[in-house]
Design a protein. Structure first.
Length: 274
């Protein structure tokens, strides 16, 4: 898919703004997860600013598309996108992880406008997304459900039960993105618990499988269109990404899975993202 220059420029600008928000929020909070938030910034940007049918004035609009961030610790990227999309003021981002804030360390569907599912206990988001997609089928709605999974997260057995169920119920209104950055909190996924071969496994579970560069907007959007055109099975988009993408000293460094930048580190990161 070839994007119009103005569309591509808009998406690149939004992704950069979202990455800047992530760095600023985490530095202010003094805790959180930068690596996996930065790695999916382009995917989340594409979904909220080009793909998904949502209405910030009506967060509970029944015909909206839904996104479940199954890897809930990456919520800074979700909060940043929701704020940029107009669900709540951008200024509120700096309350991340503070007492009485609506923006806690994992998403809360009862407190935060635009959050579809409270996530954080890894492995549960795909099952929740299945339920939303199945409900849409039963209610004869045309909304679509998207879910973002971590590559370490799919070591959870519940993911594969949900994968089997999604194929069984032919949930072709469900599209999953796998954030395949190769690192989890305690090391490379291939050393901790190797989930590969990924494409072959998801295909064997009955899914339509696509593999993309998760930082290429043309590839992200083309994959979404292919998923929409697929009938009778859910789609898994395996997105090759870079943990900490956009900040040189965070990229491909497992130590930045769950450590917030200092003030000085944040200043360097923001300068790189200017």
């Amino acid at each position: 898919m070839e994007l119009a220059p103005e569309t591509k420029a808009m998406l690149e600008d939004k992704a950069k703004r979202i990455r800047r928000h992530i760095v600023s929020m985490l530095a202010e909070a003094g805790s959180g997860h930068p690596g996996g938030s930065l790695s999916i910034a382009d995917i989340v940007t594409a979904l909220y600013f080009q793909v998904m049918r949502v209405d910030p004035a009506r967060p509970d609009w029944e015909d909206r598309d839904r996104l479940v961030l199954s890897k809930g610790h990456a919520c800074p990227v979700l909060y940043a996108a929701l704020a940029e999309r107009g669900f709540f003021p951008v200024e509120e981002l700096m309350t991340l992880r503070k007492i009485n804030s609506r923006l806690q360390g994992h998403p809360d569907m009862k407190k935060t406008p635009g959050v579809e599912m409270s996530t954080g206990s890894l492995g549960q988001g795909l099952a929740a997304a299945n339920g939303m997609a199945l409900a849409g089928k039963l209610d004869k709605k045309d909304y679509r459900v998207y879910v973002i999974l971590g590559d370490g997260e799919i070591q959870e057995g519940m993911i594969w039960e949900a994968a089997m169920a999604a194929a069984h119920y032919k949930l072709d209104n469900l599209t999953a993105f796998l954030d395949f950055n190769g690192l989890q909190i305690d090391g490379p996924i291939r050393e901790v618990m190797n989930p590969e071969p990924l494409a072959e496994k998801w295909a064997a579970f009955g899914w339509n499988v696509l593999t993309i560069d998760g930082h290429n907007f043309e590839e992200i959007l083309a994959a979404v269109e292919k998923a929409k055109a697929t009938r009778g099975k859910p789609t898994m988009i395996i997105a090759h990404t870079v943990k900490g993408k956009g900040v040189s000293f965070m990229e491909n460094q497992v130590g930045w899975h769950g450590n917030a930048p200092s003030k000085e580190q944040a200043e360097q990161a923001l300068a790189e993202l200017a």
